[in-house]
Ligand binder design. Structure first.
Ligand SMILES: NC(=O)c1ccc[n+]([C@@H]2O[C@H](COP(=O)([O-])OP(=O)(O)OC[C@H]3O[C@@H](n4cnc5c(N)ncnc54)[C@H](O)[C@@H]3O)[C@@H](O)[C@H]2O)c1
Length: 248
């Protein structure tokens, strides 16, 4: 990783205990990064951190004080530098529209939107020029749901798409690049419940050109690229990784 200079690059990954976030932690570690694995699931974060020789942090991304403590703690562990941030921490919701409560709608936005915003903000306060951020939306944010997640989830991911572009504009003058990935169906614990219904799984997978769900590693590869200087001319972009689902 010669582009980052003499020291190994450093990264904070939220939602690092599971699924896509875990795959990002593993891949970045293989690529030579020192990684802070941040999750509200501390036990899971500990396991991943142990596995990759990284640092585990318990965080609720929806809570400002908790996010600030994460960034302060990680920067201390890293010796003061932060090169990359990935924000996969998120929750799904499958409540039918007419049964959706304001509480549920707010909670999903607190984690997925406010959580992403807080992490970008705290990263931007600490990153030098050359820092890179990758957020995680979803094809649900482009399509308005229609897969597994419903209105609260789709609206939150649409907000992540817009937030990422806005942050890209705001932070470019500081030399910080913000990009986003929009995954399609990916085999993580998030889909365990909806995919218990075999017909639902078949329907969703048939919507892709490849006829299957993605693996967490296939999303992590794109995130790792967007976090690396190899994507140095990519800015404010959303990379859709969905086996061709959005093509229809
Ligand atoms: N799996 C899919 O099909 C799919 C598709 C599109 C987008 N996504 C998005 O990818 C991201 C990762 O999801 P995943 O599929 O790996 O799910 P996952 O459930 O395996 O992982 C999500 C992680 O986020 C953590 N988390 C949840 N709320 C948190 C909070 N408030 N603070 C800190 N950590 C919190 C969880 O503990 C968990 O470890 C999510 O943003 C999700 O919306 C997933």
């Amino acid at each position: 990783m010669e582009w980052f200079g003499e020291n190994p690059p450093t990264a904070i990954v939220t939602g690092g205990a599971s699924g896509i976030g875990r795959a990002v932690c593993e891949l970045l570690s293989q690529n030579g990064y020192r990684v802070a694995v941040a999750d509200r699931d501390k036990k899971g974060a500990d396991e991943v951190a142990h596995h990759i020789d990284g640092y585990a942090f318990e965080v609720d991304v929806a809570d400002e004080a908790s996010v600030i403590a994460l960034f302060d703690g990680a920067l201390q562990a890293f010796g003061g530098t932060l090169d990359a941030l990935a924000t996969p921490a998120g929750i799904a919701d499958t409540t039918p529209f007419m049964e959706l409560t304001v509480e549920t709608f707010r909670r999903v936005h607190d984690v997925n939107v406010v959580g992403t915003f807080l992490c970008i903000l705290e990263a931007a306060k600490r990153m030098r020029s050359g820092g890179r951020i990758c957020t995680v939306a979803s094809v649900a944010g482009k399509r308005g749901g229609g897969l597994s997640g419903t209105a609260a989830y789709a609206a939150s991911k649409g907000a992540v798409l817009a937030l990422s572009r806005s942050a890209a504009r705001a932070l470019a003058p500081q030399g910080i690049a913000v990009n986003c990935v929009a995954p399609g169906p990916t085999l993580t614990p998030m889909l365990d419940e909806p995919f218990k219904n075999a017909e639902q799984r078949t329907r969703v997978e048939a919507m892709t050109l490849l006829g299957r769900s993605g693996e967490p590693r296939e999303i992590a590869e794109a995130i790792a690229w967007l976090l690396s200087p190899r994507s140095s001319y990519v800015a404010g972009e959303t990379l859709t990784i969905d086996g061709g689902l959005m093509l229809d």
